[in-house]
Design a protein around this ligand. Structure first.
Ligand SMILES: Nc1ncnc2c1ncn2[C@@H]1O[C@H](COP(=O)(O)OP(=O)(O)OP(=O)(O)O)[C@@H](O)[C@H]1O
Ligand SMILES: [Mg+2]
Length: 446
């Protein structure tokens, strides 16, 4: 057997090789040697563990062919047999590496019922969170000598930017996710000596990119990314520490309803300049409408809420009368909310105009501060708003994805919140010298 694997791993690649975490991501800047490391790691696993079953995925077939099939055919010549129809490399020790892609939303289901000891997701940010979650259900093993794991390579940007950032950069975990399972290895082009020597101009090309792209592709900065819809969003400018909101500020709420998808409820307050502050969020999944309504009432306390705008689809009649355990009945979700003490107004759902409205609120007012700011407790809104990316087919719109909290914000800002006007409390004093005209009212106001 002649193995034609050339090159030694750089220190970052070596870290990637050594990681046995349940989920290991290797990512950041372009050209660090991530794809090389992914291919090499999978081959090393196939050689080390007889009969191991490995899946390497890329989003599209042409990318898969260029990045993995062609290089692996060269590297594994005389080592593993390739079946082009199945796209599988079979090793003499019974191990197999399957190369797959899932371009369309449903392509992922071809892996249903299959079992892979290791899954490698190349350019993981090109996959949606749902696709990743589905793939984790195929990542299991019956062997005693190996723990199942997933390896990811990624650059900032694209449809999966937000879940990769949440798990590996921000390390904000949700129910059922254990922090110890997630390891991140940063990639920089400067790690890759081979590339720097062979193509010294590559770094210069990255340096010439426009500011945001340069920060993402050269510095591996996860706060900006290619295709970002709201580039104007800045944590420094738009996120503020909570403060006591004057009682006279107009307050209102917005809801993007979801049951399987998250339900995003936001509370907003408007100051006397018309600046809107989003001061609270409720972000829940799989919670019944009447329970959400109850929670909203609880969280609102004795605040004076002027109105609540919400997704127009909450008025869709569901056919049957819905009855909650609490006894509320309704033909639609909005009615259930109303019974729960939260009266709703259908929001203006124009997407493109609505996103423009959000954009104009992100802009600076004459005092140098943006027209919209958000309390730092609204973590889901702060995470998902900058993660929105442009829709590939409609450059005016953003792509569907984890946009529930931003949609709720859009509904809020489309409701044209009016400035709050500080009430003037007039004092009345007795004026004994009042003239005849004033006789009937001897109390003067000032
Ligand atoms: N340790 C190594 N030894 C030899 N060649 C390497 C090594 N690491 C990377 N390379 C080569 O460097 C080049 C860039 O590496 P690679 O394509 O893996 O980078 P990448 O991080 O995946 O880039 P991108 O972000 O564009 O996807 C490739 O030609 C690859 O074969
Ligand atoms: Mg790559």
């Amino acid at each position: 057997m002649i193995l034609t694997l050339k090159g030694l791993p750089n220190p970052r690649q070596a870290e990637f090789f050594c990681s046995t975490a349940r989920h290991t991501a290797y990512g950041g800047a372009r050209g660090g040697g991530k794809s090389w490391a992914m291919r090499r790691k999978m081959v090393l696993l196939a050689l080390s563990y007889p009969e191991i079953n490995i899946l390497i995925l890329r989003r599209t077939l042409p990318e898969l062919r260029e990045n993995h099939v062609i290089p692996l055919l060269k590297e594994l010549k005389d080592v593993a047999k390739y079946n082009a129809t199945e796209r599988v490399f079979r090793f003499p020790n019974g191990s197999r590496i399957k190369l797959g892609y899932c371009d369309g939303a449903n392509d992922i289901y071809q892996y249903q019922g299959q079992e892979y000891d290791v899954i490698g997701m190349e350019e993981a940010t090109h996959f949606t969170e749902e696709q990743m979650q589905f793939l984790t259900t195929c990542n299991r093993t019956t062997r005693m000598d190996f723990s199942p794991r997933m390896y990811y390579t990624c650059n900032p940007g694209n449809i999966g930017h937000e879940w990769v950032k949440r798990l590996f950069i921000d390390r904000q975990f949700e129910h059922g996710e254990s922090p110890d399972d997630y390891t991140f290895i940063p990639a920089r082009v400067w790690d890759n000596d081979v590339l720097l020597k062979a193509d010294p101009d590559y770094v210069k090309q990255l340096e010439k990119l426009p500011e945001e792209l340069r920060r993402a592709h050269l510095d591996g900065d996860w706060d900006v990314h290619a295709g970002q819809y709201f580039r104007e969003f800045s944590r420094q400018k738009h996120v503020v520490a909570p403060f006591d909101i004057p009682s006279w500020w107009k307050k209102f709420r917005s809801i993007d309803w979801g049951y399987n998808d998250p339900c995003a409820v936001l509370w907003h307050a408007v100051d006397s300049d018309g600046r809107v502050f989003t001061y609270r969020e409720l972000y829940v999944r799989e919670m019944r409408a009447d329970v959400v309504a109850k929670k909203i009432v609880e969280l609102s306390g004795n605040e004076n809420i002027s109105y609540t705008v919400s997704s127009p689809d909450m008025w869709q009649k569901r056919g049957a009368i819905l009855k909650s355990e609490g006894g509320f009945e309704g033909e639609c979700i909005a009615e259930m909310f109303m019974h729960g003490g939260v009266a709703l107004t259908p929001a203006d759902n124009s997407r493109v105009a609505g996103w423009q409205r959000v954009r104009s609120f992100l802009a600076d007012a004459p005092d140098g501060k943006p027209y919209w700011q958000c309390f730092d407790v609204c973590s889901n809104l702060i995470r998902t708003l900058p993660a929105l990316i442009y829709d590939r087919n409609n450059r005016e719109d953003c792509a569907d994805g984890n946009d529930h909290a931003p949609e709720s914000l859009r509904y809020a800002l489309m409701s044209r919140p009016m400035k709050s006007i500080m009430p003037v409390y007039k004092k009345k004093v007795y004026d004994p010298l009042a003239t005849d005209e004033k006789y009937t009212n001897r109390f003067m106001e000032f």
